[in-house]
Design a protein around this ligand. Structure first.
Ligand code: AMP
Ligand code: MG
Length: 910
């Protein structure tokens, strides 16, 4: 609906930033405080309210653009219509009859409600004044404006004009000649947009991806309300401030650039990127436009700053590059951000942080208002769109103000981020300044905390071998039940005797330390006796699931070359023909052989060589990115550390009845099987967890362990009939929902989230709770004698809250991959934080520290996936697909079309 001719004074196109603001303001039309600024001016002294009001009215008359309303042409083009009949909004609130304390309270309430009311773009005016009288000598003026018509700089100018006019009894001639906003718009129209586009395109070319610091913090469900921001501040000392200024001079860059460099480094650290983009608010007041400094309107723009972080580069060189980029682009700053971002094919120019350097014409951050016989105190607030905006206020003591959106950051995190900027600035001021990679972003004390305090897990226990630990327990409780399966129970004495005989048989066949014996047996007490037998002989066992594809089983035999395989009649037929001899444990022959062997305790001297904790205990195969599975060689020392930790963590009572339900091909079975067996517990071996559904036994005190996806199925199948004393979940990310469901089904029972790659001997960290849980359950803290490091690409510890890659060091570290020295050296690397020669395992998992020292799991750094606990490298499957003659290219991904139902899907190009 076109306004009547008579009331329309002018029609102007929108500036680039206005266009962007209008778009967002419409898009988020619920958010009435979005892009609204409120100036709070406290006036002490005698005030002539009528004069102030007429001064304000005169200013709105003088600056036509303050009366703009925003419309769209039929073509969709947005326009600003300057109207004569735009209402002048002035409210008087008189609280002067109230006692002072009440008046002050009411005044604060009125300020808040004005702020809460916000301004909608459909409102008849986008600027309003409220004068609140609290007494004869105390008043407050609120100036609230939408950023579509006024930027912060202009509000400050407007304020100055207001009080100038007020002190000159409304005589408009006291003000300098007015600079029409129209002139600015005309200047804008005259700019060479093509040249600007070319300059921006060149600058942003080749960016990989966006720079999102809040990624993962913002809830993805439903849009967040963008109109609440909070801020934290860090004030540098005047001494540091002046050293920074000096350093900037020495480097021949501005203080602004210096601060942008610091921000880029912190941003790089937080995002783990070596190239970052952030927004910078530019004043948009071109030097070539006469009087641009005095213009009142909306001129500022936000433009991207692209910074590559080169670890080896000297700081001054980085700053120089930033400054050069800015000065090259200065004359092109008039292009709107949306337009700039459209110039890149990728979303590389997108960002979620903004940087603002002093955009107010203030002297040491005080508005220099004319002497009005009033003492004037000004406060200012505005909402910002970005999850994080760093505003640098260059006073004598530099002030860093970080605006944050509370749904994306906690106050503490924001405070830490601001602190890191200060920390970087501190180092930037030092002489010589460090190179980019050597700049420390950790807060004082933080390094000690993440490397030391949160890793102080030392427990002095001698390393034992598994046979020693089991034999000791068997001697303590020979008549207690040790293991059951299919209704059959062996006591400790019986299991020990059987295992000793198997061991003597194997030793007779030459098995000893460093030999490998494959086990292809059903899940039963016999399997446990065989495992113990191999271990007692000094060998390492290799679990083989005969149900696995024949090719995979054949690969394992070929790759690991076990000396023997213990199997039974049924499974022997499924095993590949090869050099490995099968020993059929359910044969008459084997029974006769065993019967002739001593069942008594084994002595060290009987073995082919002395068994030490450094010898391997088992080899477990896991998927490999190179297209081939790889065998992880785990030592007795690692297992002994895990088991002793687990006994201490859970206690014999919780382990007294433990269900062994996890595949023996998966190292969780080591925890389930052997922890109870070294502390007198009774294990029950079942085919899988779901087998328990049909066996409703009272399991109130039992320990159950499983991967979360399997446990979810189990919970669905059993409903509320489930009971357990302790539930240990491991092997894949633990969904919050499962914890909630468990809490409902099993109130107050301990739920454990255990984390660990096979390479670190089952578990490296765990979290446990028996109370209510809020949010995603963490993977917790390192287990005994284990260190966890969250590192960046340069192997430096990342700050608390920042995602990095998890490295694990300590007693659990595997020896490496069987027969793969290169791969071993790639993943087991020198540990820069330990003693000489110490290694750490690079897990490929992304984690971050929570403020209270818990590790939170954030996904993978590579393509590896987990499906029902199985560790899968899509590359391994892709390489198999590509082997097919008809397949050119192949890709394998995980699809979860139905929530909770993760499937591997292969795509091929014929
Ligand atoms: P695996 O060697 O089969 O035990 O697989 C180890 C991998 O499983 C780890 O590197 C993680 O990616 C994943 N994983 C194991 N436990 C957890 C857990 N509690 N939370 C999230 N991921 C886990
Ligand atoms: Mg594991």
């Amino acid at each position: 609906m076109a306004p009547a001719r008579s009331v329309v004074e002018d029609i102007l196109p929108l500036s680039p930033l206005q266009e962007g603001l209008l778009f967002h303001a419409q898009y988020e039309h619920e958010a009435k405080r979005l892009y609204v600024a409120q100036f709070v001016v406290d006036l002490a002294g005698p005030l002539d309210a009528v004069a102030l009001r007429s001064a304000a009215a005169a200013l709105v008359e003088r600056h036509a653009n303050l009366r703009a309303t925003f419309r769209h042409r039929k073509s969709g083009e947005p326009i600003q219509v300057i109207r004569r009949d735009t209402p002048f909004q002035w409210d008087d609130i008189d609280l002067s009859d109230l006692d002072r304390a009440t008046a002050v309270t009411r005044c604060a309430e009125a300020t808040e409600s004005d702020w809460a009311r916000g301004i909608g773009i459909q409102d008849p005016a986008l600027l309003r004044f409220i004068l609140i009288r609290q007494g004869p000598d105390l008043s407050r003026l609120l100036l609230t404006a939408h950023h579509l018509i006024l930027d912060g700089w202009s509000i400050a100018l407007l304020m100055r004009e207001l009080f100038q006019l007020y002190t000159h009894d409304g005589d408009i001639s006291c003000l300098p000649p007015q600079r029409p906003y129209r002139q600015y718009v005309q200047w804008l129209m005259a700019q060479d947009r093509d040249a600007a586009k070319e300059a921006w395109r060149t600058t942003l070319h080749g960016l990989d991806g966006p720079t999102y610091i809040a990624a993962g913090n913002l809830s993805t469900s439903g849009r967040v309300s963008p109109d609440v921001t909070q801020d934290v501040t860090v004030e540098l000392t005047p001494e540091l401030t002046s050293r920074l200024k000096e350093q900037a001079r020495r480097f021949d860059v501005t203080l602004n650039t210096l601060c942008q460099g610091a921000w880029a480094i912190v941003l790089g650290q937080h995002t783990g990127q070596d190239e970052v983009v952030f927004g910078a608010t530019v004043s948009g007041r071109p030097a070539e436009l006469p009087g641009a400094d005095a213009l009142i309107g909306m001129l500022v723009n936000t433009v991207p700053v692209r910074v590559r972080l080169d670890r080896g580069e000297p700081l001054h060189a980085l700053l120089k590059r930033i400054q050069d980029q800015r000065s090259r682009l200065l004359e092109h700053d008039h292009l709107g951000l949306a337009e700039i971002q459209r110039l890149t094919a990728s979303d590389g120019a997108r960002f979620d942080t903004n940087f603002v350097f002093d955009n107010f014409p203030m002297n040491d951050y005080e508005l220099d208002l004319p002497d009005s016989r009033l003492s004037i105190d000004v406060d200012y607030r505005e909402t910002v769109h970005y999850p994080l905006t760093l505003a640098v206020e260059p006073r004598d003591a530099l002030m860093l103000r970080l605006h944050f959106r509370p749904e994306a950051f906690t106050r503490r995190t924001a405070q830490d981020i601001a602190g890191r900027v200060a920390r970087v600035l501190e180092q930037a001021a030092s002489d010589p300044a460090p190179s980019v990679g050597a700049v420390e972003t950790l807060l004082p004390g933080e390094r000690k905390r993440v490397l030391g305090e949160w890793n102080s897990t030392t427990v002095h226990v001698p390393a034992h071998t598994l046979p020693e630990l089991f034999a000791q327990q068997a001697a303590r409780t020979p008549d207690a039940p040790a293991a059951s399966s299919d209704g059959l129970t062996l006591t400790y004495g019986e299991l020990e005797a059987r295992a000793n005989r198997v061991a003597r048989y194997l030793m007779g066949r030459g098995v000893g330390p460093e030999s490998l014996v494959a086990l292809a047996l059903p899940r039963s007490t016999e399997m446990v006796a065989a495992m113990l037998g191999v271990l007692k002989a000094g060998g390492a066992y290799l679990p083989v699931d005969p149900g696995h594809p024949a090719e995979r089983v054949a690969f394992m035999f070929d790759d690991a070359r076990p000396m023997l395989v213990l199997t039974d009649h049924v499974n022997a037929r499924k095993l590949p023909q090869g050099p490995t001899e099968s020993v059929i444990v359910d044969s008459e022959h084997f029974a006769r052989e065993l019967a002739g062997l001593d069942a008594g305790a084994l002595s060290d001297a009987e073995r082919t060589a002395l068994l030490s904790p450094a010898h391997p205990a088992y080899i477990i195969y896991t998927s490999g990115s190179t297209g081939m599975p790889k065998g992880v060689v785990v030592t007795h020392a690692g297992v002994s550390n895990l088991l002793k930790w687990a006994v201490a963590e859970f206690g014999p009572e919780k382990l007294a009845r433990t269900v062994v339900s996890t595949s023996f091909n998966f190292d969780v079975s080591v925890f389930e099987t052997f922890t109870p067996l070294i502390c007198g517990g009774h294990i029950e071996i079942v085919d899988d967890l779901l087998a328990l559904v049909d066996k409703p036994v009272d399991r109130a005190g039992h320990l159950l362990s499983a991967v979360p996806s399997v446990f979810t199925e189990f919970l669905t199948a059993t409903g509320t009939a489930i009971d357990a004393g302790t539930v240990v979940l491991a092997g894949e990310a633990l969904p919050t929902r499962l914890v909630d469901d468990l809490r409902a089904a099993l109130p107050e029972r301990a739920v454990v989230n255990a984390y660990g790659p096979t390479e670190c001997t089952v578990y490296a960290a765990r979290w446990s709770s028996s109370g209510p849980v809020s949010g995603v359950p963490p993977i917790g803290r390192p287990i005994a004698n284990t260190q966890v490091f969250v590192l960046d690409a340069g192997l430096n510890p990342v700050p608390v809250g920042v995602v990095g890659e998890l490295y694990v060091a300590g007693a659990g570290l595997a020896r490496g991959y069987a027969g793969r020295a290169g791969l071993t050296a790639e993943r087991f690397v020198a540990c820069p934080f330990g003693s000489a020669g110490e290694r750490m395992y690079r897990t490929g998992d992304l984690v971050r520290w929570s403020a209270d020292g818990q590790l939170e799991y954030c996904g993978r750094a590579d393509e590896q996936v987990k499906i029902r606990g199985f560790r899968i490298e899509p590359g391994e499957i892709e390489s198999v697909l590509r082997e097919h003659v008809a397949v050119g290219q192949a890709a394998v991904v995980v699809r979860e079309d139905v929530p909770g139902d993760r499937r591997l899907v292969g795509y091929v190009v014929a």
